[in-house]
Design a protein around this ligand. Structure first.
Ligand SMILES: Nc1nc2c(ncn2[C@@H]2O[C@H](COP(=O)(O)OP(=O)(O)OP(=O)(O)O)[C@@H](O)[C@H]2O)c(=O)[nH]1
Ligand SMILES: [Mg+2]
Length: 300
């Protein structure tokens, strides 16, 4: 599929909707080959309002200049009341949405509470054969302790705000060991320089092991478009570093395990939804056995 034509964009959109709305059984039917993992995956995470979407629009326009086709998957919080997704409100990517080599799609987070959607792994899997070179995933703005994105992407970018106490919290939560690139965003606000310095010192100290990646710290601002070039370059160095250092087989196994755990979790949810009142009038052990029996019947 060539994302350049308008028609194929529509088809891509349809294909992704199909995966996004698929039952577990339908999803498994689609997944008949071992994942190839050719798509370079960038995850962008950080607190609500940190400027993730704005940053991604700048980043995507830098990445396409490297002659790559970019997919953007923005996970949108699903309102617990309406079960609908607050689509559109969070996406500040109008400036790049017309670029034929950038494809943007929102995905509702549904049942998940970890900043991803419960089918993110399947959606990324389905993007592998759609002629993209890279995908950028925006997580829901979560508390910083949530770090599931690490399991699914190659490069994790954590977006922080100056003077928000984010840096101190991040250090406490051990998050400085988990991101590859730290962005002090909105660096037009006071305190950015100081914060970037503090993080850089801590990050360098933590990755004392030789050959290990030393996380980069970048300051960006929407008011200074040029600042996103440094982010693009930091991502590129991490991509190259990984291509030499990371064991791809191990990584593929870890990802497929994560994906299958997600599928089993979703399947159990599906089975719970169809339990009847008379099932629920039984003992926990009996209900457990009903669930396990139904789980074992699947797939036919
Ligand atoms: N001062 C300043 N404001 C910014 C900057 N970047 C984004 N903003 C503003 O910050 C607000 C949030 O931006 P978004 O890009 O929607 O942030 P987000 O992290 O995607 O937000 P959620 O997806 O809702 O968690 C908007 O009002 C932006 O205009 C920046 O560099 N400096
Ligand atoms: Mg956003």
């Amino acid at each position: 599929m060539n994302p350049k034509s308008r028609n194929s964009r529509r088809e891509m959109s349809k294909a992704l909707s199909r995966v996004a709305n698929a039952s577990v059984s339908e999803t498994l039917e689609e997944q008949k080959s071992i994942p190839i993992n050719n798509l370079y995956r960038i995850g962008v995470t950080g607190a609500p309002g940190a400027g993730k979407s704005t940053l991604i629009s700048h980043l995507a326009s830098k990445r396409v200049q490297r002659d790559r086709k970019i997919g953007v998957i923005a996970i949108d919080p699903t309102s617990p009341v309406s079960k609908g997704s607050l689509l559109g409100d969070r996406i500040r990517m109008e400036t790049v949405s017309d670029n034929p080599n950038i494809f943007i799609r929102s995905i509702p987070s549904r049942r998940a509470h970890d900043g991803l959607a419960d089918n993110t792994a399947d959606i990324l899997w389905s993007m592998e054969d759609k002629n993209f070179d890279e995908v950028i995933v925006e997580t829901v703005g979560v508390g910083q302790a949530e770090y599931s994105i690490r399991s699914l992407v190659d490069t994790v970018v954590l977006v922080l705000l100056p003077e928000s106490g984010d840096a101190i919290q991040a250090m406490k939560a051990g998050i400085l060991e988990m991101a590859d690139i730290y962005v002090v965003n909105k660096s037009d606000l006071p305190g950015a320089e100081q914060m970037a310095g503090d993080i850089a010192v801590t990050a360098a100290r933590k990755s004392g092991v030789k050959e290990e990646w030393i996380p980069k710290v970048i300051q960006t601002s929407n008011n200074n478009i040029d600042s996103f070039r440094a982010l693009d370059e930091a991502i590129e160095s991490h991509r190259i570093w990984r291509s030499e250092k990371v064991n791809r087989d191990e990584e593929r196994r870890a990802r497929i395990l994560y994906q299958v755990q997600g599928l089993i979790g979703r399947r159990i949810e599906e089975l719970i939804e169809v339990l009847t009142d008379s099932d629920l009038d039984k003992t926990p052990k009996e209900i457990y056995e009903i669930l396990i029996e139904n789980l074992s019947k699947f797939p036919k």
